[in-house]
Design a protein around this ligand. Structure first.
Ligand code: ZN
Ligand code: ZN
Length: 198
């Protein structure tokens, strides 16, 4: 079974996603404004953003994530009023994962730019590209994927996570309260306006 090892840019935060296969999770690119802006905000565009502003992501069941080192370096950001929580490594400002605001909707989306080449290659081709309407540059030849199509796939994983108890085995959330292990910060309206204008 494929294991997807990851590391932040400086190497302080490391870990892996177990059972990272195309049957057990989804490899997609997301071109949404928020995915682009988190990388811009943290100054990590060169590392993270690929063709047409796309971020390569692997969405998997939440308990597949293990943090081997640097867990205390992880912090969460909300880019907007939406519930998506963007986890990054504070040691080197590397965006690392996306989750829901709390552990009640169980999923972990891992940024593949931080993953070792071998594990990433085993995922093959992406199933599609989300939010191509937000993409800067040329999107010719990129296969669109609707959020509803991804949600239908996520729903099956969510049912398994909820009924198996895996929902409480996500290292980013407290097992009891399902709240994030670090209190997230929400960008101020001024910060958002500055990012939108950049
Ligand atoms: Zn780091
Ligand atoms: Zn996105």
């Amino acid at each position: 079974m494929n294991t997807l090892g990851f590391s932040c840019a400086c190497g302080a935060v490391t870990g892996s996603i177990a059972t990272a296969t195309t049957a057990e999770g989804d490899f997609v690119y997301c071109h949404c404004t928020d995915c682009q802006s988190v990388s811009k905000y943290l100054g990590a565009e060169d590392r993270i953003l690929e063709q047409a502003g796309g971020t390569a992501l692997y969405q998997s069941r939440c308990a597949r994530l293990s943090i081997a080192s640097g867990k205390d370096r992880l912090a969460g950001l909300h880019m907007t009023d939406k519930p998506t929580l963007r986890w990054y490594a504070t040691c080197c400002n590397t965006p690392m994962f996306n989750t829901y605001a709390n552990g009640k909707l169980p999923y972990v989306t891992t940024l593949l730019a931080n993953c070792e080449a071998e594990g990433r290659a085993a995922l093959g081709e992406p199933i599609g590209h989300l939010f191509l309407q937000d993409a800067p540059g040329d999107t010719e030849g990129l296969e669109p994927l609707s959020m509803n199509a991804l949600l239908r796939r996520f729903f099956k994983r969510m049912v398994k996570d909820t009924f198996s108890g895996d929902r409480r085995r996500n290292p980013l959330f407290d097992a009891e309260t399902l709240q994030p292990i670090a209190k997230p910060r929400r960008l101020t309206p001024a910060e958002r306006a500055q990012l939108a204008g950049s």
